[in-house]
Design a protein around this ligand. Structure first.
Ligand SMILES: O=C(O)C(=O)/C=C/C=C/O
Length: 489
């Protein structure tokens, strides 16, 4: 029987699914099989999506109240819930992640993203000030939020639906129309989202999806389009810099969540077992493919040797497997190309003099996974802080563990980075927790936990880790223009 021809994933523009002549292959990183062929948008296709978004703003969408938009976001969330298993299958196919993670994190958070921003927008208050005037009659100042207009969204492959909806939800809640360009590595769940939008009755042109790559492809065409009013991007810092240059002439608003070289700091007074489990989680979750992962681990000297031994044991026990295995801890990296990058750092570490405590290579399964993009979870010691493996973002299941002696030393070492996204501190000393946390130059500090998320909090980094904050009212501030109106009484 002829193998089923792979599905063709299409763009979604102006309420219609549209194919392009050019396509690219979407491979499964578990076993390298062809999952689907994906339409690749040219500049004209991207511009047609931008035009459709512009038209939508002057249609019914532009006349909806924030309450009506909030109701629409809840319908989208309902639509994802109704097709939950399909979304899980799409995300797992594209990324090879454990099914249990896709269920409990990726798809669940997409639903939460829509519901959270529906409610936040519907309940958002505005500022008002009673202003005294010389004539004694006074004036009233109040602010109103207006949509930016057409928002370009470029989302990454590491948490595909979570991060796409983290931006789409508030953008729509604030009354914008969007053109979204998901990563070429993870097109499937975004395409399903377009189907849900269509079925939920989101007016044509409010949500548009174009597929393609970055440079010389849909991503670049979107950032260069004069028809967008703002752009939000999650991905590598150097791409963020390129995007900034592309939108500079139009002075467009940008929100960037970029790279990181995050630290985990374990003090001798930490709950040892909790810190070991926490560092394994923060270094190896999603095969280390989370911008918040800890690639630099610092452990106070009295417990250093014991900690390294404990991490080594845990890492050797990590189950690397097929996505649908109940106990699987780690799947493959997103692609052979990314695996080559991570393996180049595995080699570099040895050249730089690292001791390879665990991993350092490619697992051999003797089955279809050998055609996938798996690497061994890896632990290094013995490198200086200025080693490239300790300063450059690797974005894989790897961490380096170094000893430290005191607070002043470790605060300086953690801050000595061109990145500043996140940090995890492990200590049972409450005063130390607050004292150190506020001195770490990052956007997000977790104490005795990691990646515990309250969506009302500001999310973003400093230095090369990004520009701006999203989350809670910070998202409402980015995705809307705030105007002040002054009435003379
Ligand atoms: O959890 C979030 O809202 C979020 O933005 C995570 C970002 C992870 C990036 O790799």
């Amino acid at each position: 029987m002829k193998p089923e021809s792979p599905a063709l994933l299409r763009h979604y523009i102006g309420g219609e699914f549209v194919a392009s002549a050019a396509t690219f292959d979407n491979l499964c990183p578990v076993d390298g099989r062809l999952l689907s062929r994906v339409s690749e948008a040219d500049r004209a296709t991207v511009e047609s999506a931008v035009a459709a978004a512009r038209r939508a703003l002057s249609g019914p969408w532009g006349k909806m109240s924030v309450q009506q938009r909030a109701a629409m976001l809840h319908k989208i969330a309902d639509g994802i819930e109704a097709r939950f298993d399909e979304f899980v299958a799409a995300e797992v196919g594209d990324t090879g992640r454990p099914v249990h993670q896709a269920r409990s994190l990726d798809i669940a958070r997409a639903i939460t993203n829509f519901r959270t921003f529906a409610d936040l927008a519907a309940c958002a208050n505005s500022d008002a000030f009673e202003t005294p005037t010389a004539d004694g009659a006074g004036a009233l100042n109040y602010t109103v939020r207006k949509p930016l207009g057409v928002v370009g969204i470029i989302s990454p492959w590491n948490l595909p639906l979570l991060l796409l909806t983290w931006k789409v939800a508030p953008a729509l809640a604030c009354g914008n129309a969007v053109v979204a360009k998901p990563s070429e590595e993870s097109p499937a769940s975004a395409t399903l989202l377009a189907e849900v939008m269509c079925h939920a009755g989101v007016p044509p042109g409010v949500f548009n999806l174009v597929h393609g790559r970055g440079a010389d492809s849909a991503g670049q065409f979107l950032t260069q389009s004069t028809g967008i009013d703002a752009l939000t991007f999650t991905g590598e810092s150097r791409t963020g810099s390129t995007i900034m240059k592309a939108v500079a002439d139009g002075v467009k608003e940008v929100s960037f969540e970029l790279g990181g070289k995050n630290a985990a700091v374990v003090f001798a007074d930490a709950d040892f077992d909790a810190a070991v489990a926490g560092v394994v989680r923060s270094s190896f979750t999603n095969s280390g493919q989370v911008c918040l992962c800890s690639e630099r681990v610092y452990v106070q000297r009295p417990i250093y040797e014991k900690f390294v031994a404990a991490i080594k044991e845990k890492v050797h026990a990590l189950r690397i497997g097929f996505p649908d295995e109940a106990e699987v801890d780690m799947g493959p990296l997103i692609s052979r190309g990314h695996r080559d990058k991570v393996l180049s750092y595995y080699r570099l570490a040895v050249e730089e003099g690292a001791t390879v405590v665990a991993g350092g290579g490619v697992p051999v399964f003797g089955d279809a996974r050998d055609q996938g993009a798996y690497v061994q979870p890896t632990v290094w010691t013995g490198l200086p802080d200025n080693a490239r493996c300790n300063t450059e973002e690797i974005f894989g299941p790897v961490c380096h563990i170094a000893p430290f002696d005191d607070e002043e030393e470790i605060i300086g070492r953690v801050n000595d980075s061109k990145y500043g996204l996140a940090c995890a501190l492990w200590t049972t000393n409450l005063s130390r927790a607050h004292r150190v946390a506020r001195r770490i130059h990052v956007g997000l500090v977790w104490v005795n936990t990691w990646y515990l998320r309250d969506l009302r909090t500001p999310f973003g980094g400093v230095k090369l880790s990004g520009l701006g904050r999203e989350g809670g009212r910070y998202s409402l501030d980015f995705y809307s223009d705030v105007a002040n109106i002054c009435i003379k009484l």
